[in-house]
Design a protein around this ligand. Structure first.
Ligand SMILES: [Zn+2]
Length: 413
């Protein structure tokens, strides 16, 4: 069976029909719709000489035995955010199905090839992203906290997972899945505007940004809005406002894709008749270079202290979460570049702002690379998410070529 990229597009539409509604994709992990998407995927692969397995973290694996026990992994996630797009995550599992068909038809591959559908990449229901891949990578270290997590309806994480056959306490046993992994490939929509602005269908991902996430709290003094002269105020919001403008300058000065976002500010008492006493800011900073990321953070800290002094308020920092930049494998980046040039003429290398399952796999020491396909208007996590069908087809071809090149390289090495 030769590769049929148009079939991938048709199957993605089928999946959209089956698991979406007028508001978009509804394949939230650990729900019935998600289970039905997993069942759909199983049907697509039925009839191929593959072994299916669901690991301790709920990841769904299909294995095509090859000459060698060493494995090429192709992975994506079929779960979506609520009211999500039709391509985020699903593109790679469905494209992976097509590559598996082609490989199975060609006879026993040099390497064992496995397709993985990671469980709960989005973390939409419990606020914990990359669940299945972090378990397989062995980097999941928050099980105590996960035990307490609940969804909007009060469902507790361990119970909801148990209903899907996953025991939280055993999730880390999924680590054994990566034991023979020699390479990991993931195709994903870009979810940003870069490739479209360059008029390129495909790009190679260099790695995922490191992230520093902090709560920055400015503390002043609540005081009557009418009786407190302007020069006597200790206005916490003034410090926060200055910081919000400064982080944009910090990102601009740092460059190379640097991004800084103040995603929220909560002010207290938060009434129109009072000067703001506390302003709690949520700050997110990202860069592909660890040194630059650390610099951006210390620049923001220094600026916040300066503004606090200027406004006669206090400032404190608390880290919410961080992750180091994760760089993909240089040799695989070359092969990915080659594959893209073969199918689309021109390639481009870019970092990924969003995290992906690939970051967890790379963190576990498996040589990894990702391909991005252009997203129209850079939109994702919305029903407006889209990619031209012609570009989707090119992406399936590029993934297929990359799979072959990777097999050849690993088998030769
Ligand atoms: Zn995704």
């Amino acid at each position: 069976m030769p590769l049929d990229p148009a079939r991938t597009v048709a199957e993605l539409k089928q999946l959209r029909e089956l698991t979406g509604d007028e508001n978009g994709a509804q394949r939230v992990a650990w729900t019935e719709t998600w289970e039905s998407a997993r069942g759909w995927l199983r049907e697509k692969l039925a009839g191929l000489p593959l072994e299916e397995e669901i690991d301790e973290a709920g990841n769904q694996w299909w294995t095509l035995r090859g000459v060698s026990e060493r494995e090429l992994l192709i992975g994506g996630h079929i779960d979506s955010v609520p009211n999500g797009g039709w391509l985020d995550g699903a593109l790679n599992v469905v494209a992976g199905v097509e590559v598996m068909r082609r490989l199975a038809e060609d006879g026993e591959p040099e390497l064992t090839v496995r397709l993985v559908n990671w469980a709960d990449e989005e973390g939409a229901r419990f606020g914990r992203s990359l669940f299945g891949s972090s378990a397989a990578a062995g980097s999941m270290d928050d099980q105590v906290e996960l035990r307490q997590r609940h969804d909007a309806d009060g469902g507790v994480l361990p119970d909801v997972l148990a209903a899907c056959g996953v025991e939280l306490d055993r999730a880390l046993e999924a680590r054994s899945q990566l034991e023979n992994a020699a390479a990991y490939l993931e195709l994903h929509i870009e979810q940003g505007p870069v490739l479209e602005s360059m008029d390129l269908p495909l790009g190679v991902v260099l790695g995922t940004f490191g992230v520093e996430r902090h709560q920055v709290t400015f503390t002043g003094q609540a005081a009557h809005a009418g009786s407190t002269p302007m020069d006597k105020r200790r206005d916490a919001l003034a410090g926060a406002a200055k910081l919000e403008l400064e982080i944009r300058e910090i990102a601009k000065r740092t460059g190379e894709g640097a991004v800084c976002t103040m995603g929220g500010v909560v002010t207290k008492p938060g009434i129109v008749t009072s000067v703001v006493e506390t302003a709690e800011c949520l700050l997110d900073q990202r860069h592909l270079d660890a040194t630059k990321l650390a610099e951006m953070l210390s620049n923001a800290e220094a600026a916040s202290r300066r503004f606090a002094q200027e406004e006669d308020v206090e400032v404190s920092w608390e880290r919410i979460w961080n992750i180091e930049p994760i760089l993909f494998d240089e040799a695989l980046i070359e092969l990915a570049d080659e594959s893209i040039r073969e199918v689309a003429g021109k390639s481009h290398r870019l970092p990924s702002g969003p995290l992906h399952d690939a970051a967890e796999v790379a963190r576990a020491g498996v040589p990894t690379v990702m391909l991005f396909v252009q997203s129209l208007r850079g939109l994702s996590h919305t029903k407006l998410e889209d990619t031209e069908e012609e570009h989707l087809e090119l992406s399936v071809q590029a993934l297929d070529r990359l799979a072959d090149k990777t097999i050849a390289r690993v088998a030769a090495g």
